[in-house]
Ligand binder design. Structure first.
Ligand SMILES: Cc1cc2nc3c(=O)[nH]c(=O)nc-3n(C[C@H](O)[C@H](O)[C@H](O)COP(=O)(O)OP(=O)(O)OC[C@H]3O[C@@H](n4cnc5c(N)ncnc54)[C@H](O)[C@@H]3O)c2cc1C
Length: 388
């Protein structure tokens, strides 16, 4: 067994870390100020400028196939990169990528949706959740009714990330009530100009999702993504990728936060000694370090399985559950170690506290991950204690 990173992986890790240190961390105070004053942390123009800079050093299309100009680095490298980007809360991602299911576009759709998304000219959003169906996504109600060579969509989607900014949505709607999620849900590519509207949802974090309203929105037949009735599988495919990428980002955040706590504990004096010399503080630091280490290897194994063409769903659920809980425990301890300062907006800890809380909710809550893990074990799909 070999846990060492290859020279290429080390080089990529270092380059991204340098990029974060040089280009992103200096923006942190400005991001905090903008967000405090109700503006997006970072402007679209600044994101573009940073993406162009990153492109010059080869960071573009991390997971995008070479035929679309991407680097196609694969799951392990993507995880490594997400860990590095997670070390800052500046809302930034490298350019040149598109939602995994957009690669199922036909040739015509590719020109209208996939390629402009990769090039950053159009923005997408993924619209599955409804007011009555979140964890239980199989019971979505949005209707799509056939009318000539169009489908007419009616209903509401909620909590849609990028829903306020997106130019088009990947919308999941029921095309056959009888079959429901078993062959009766279809994914449509729906341009904003076709008539859907969005309303911001205010959350405790800086993550501003939207409600999307569909009132007799007419979508041409040719805008079906994949096959009629096969949309639910696409939805699950989209969600599946995030299950090891989300905890990868959380690991980066937890490492940075822990380092802040270590530094602070060495300089904060109480009762004549730095708090780092108190066992209560040392245990919080030790527990955090152990949990981060454990989370890292669960995530790497999920990515390694995906990279090697294995079914990584079970491992990814474990990675998401464990990583999200770990990050929330770490940020809570780090805030505690900083005392009153941790609770202020002078430091980014409270911001991370609010953001990381989301990780236990979206793309499958803790409870849903546990449900999946338990079901796999109880049904014998995976065996406890079995390493591949
Ligand atoms: C900021 C944000 C961004 C999001 N982005 C998107 C997006 O881009 N696209 C999209 O489609 N959706 C998105 N979502 C929706 C998100 O995926 C759902 O909120 C999530 O899946 C939970 O669904 P719910 O909110 O309806 O909670 P519910 O499903 O109503 O669950 C409520 C509680 O009950 C628990 N629960 C549910 N079922 C069970 C069970 N069987 N056993 C035990 N406990 C259970 C849950 O874990 C939870 O604690 C986003 C959500 C947020 C908050």
């Amino acid at each position: 067994m070999d846990f060492t990173l290859t020279d290429e992986q080390k080089m990529i890790q270092k380059t991204v870390r340098d990029f974060v240190n040089k280009e992103l961390k200096p923006l942190e105070q400005e991001v905090l100020k903008n967000e405090r004053e109700g503006r997006p942390g970072i402007s679209r123009e600044k994101v573009k400028e940073l993406r162009d800079k990153a492109k010059e050093i080869g960071f573009w299309g991390i997971n995008t196939p070479e035929e679309y100009g991407g680097a196609n680095l694969g799951p392990i490298m993507s995880v490594l990169i997400a860990m590095e980007l997670g070390r800052t809360f500046v809302p930034f991602n490298f350019g040149g990528s598109a939602d995994n299911i957009l690669y199922l576009c036909n040739e015509e759709q590719k020109q209208k949706y996939l390629i402009p998304t990769i090039n950053g000219e159009r923005r997408s959003c993924f619209a599955l959740t409804e007011p009555g169906a979140g964890s239980d996504a199989r019971s979505i109600q949005m209707q799509a009714v056939k009318d000539g060579d169009h489908w007419v969509l009616n209903g509401e989607k909620v909590f849609i990330t990028n829903g306020n900014e997106a130019d088009f949505a990947m919308v999941f709607a029921v095309t056959d009530k009888e079959k429901g999620a078993n062959g009766g849900v279809t994914c449509f590519l729906v341009d904003r100009e076709m008539g859907w509207e969005s309303e911001p949802i205010h959350t405790m974090g800086e993550w501003g999702p939207a409600t999307l309203i569909f009132d007799n929105v007419r979508v041409p037949e040719e805008n079906i993504l994949g096959e009629l009735g096969q949309g639910f599988n696409l939805g699950m495919q989209w969600i599946g990728q995030g299950r090891y990428m989300i905890p990868a980002g959380a690991i980066g955040a937890a490492e940075r936060l822990l380092q802040m706590a270590i530094d602070y504990s060495k300089t904060r004096i109480t009762f004549g000694k730095p708090i780092a010399e108190r066992q209560a503080i040392q245990w919080m630091i030790a527990d955090s370090a152990v949990e981060i280490e454990a989370a890292k290897w669960i995530v790497f194994r999920a990515a390694w399985m995906a990279e090697n063409g294995m079914d990584a769903r079970h491992q990814s659920s474990m990675a998401k559950l464990n990583g999200a809980i770990m990050a929330n425990q770490v940020v809570d301890r780090v805030l505690q170690i900083h005392g009153g300062m941790g609770y202020t907006k002078e430091l980014p800890i409270e911001r991370w506290y609010r953001e990381l809380r989301l990780y236990r909710i979206f793309e499958g809550t803790d409870e849903i991950q546990r449900r999946t893990i338990a079901r796999n074990i109880l049904k014998g799909h995976v065996k406890v204690g079995e390493l591949l």
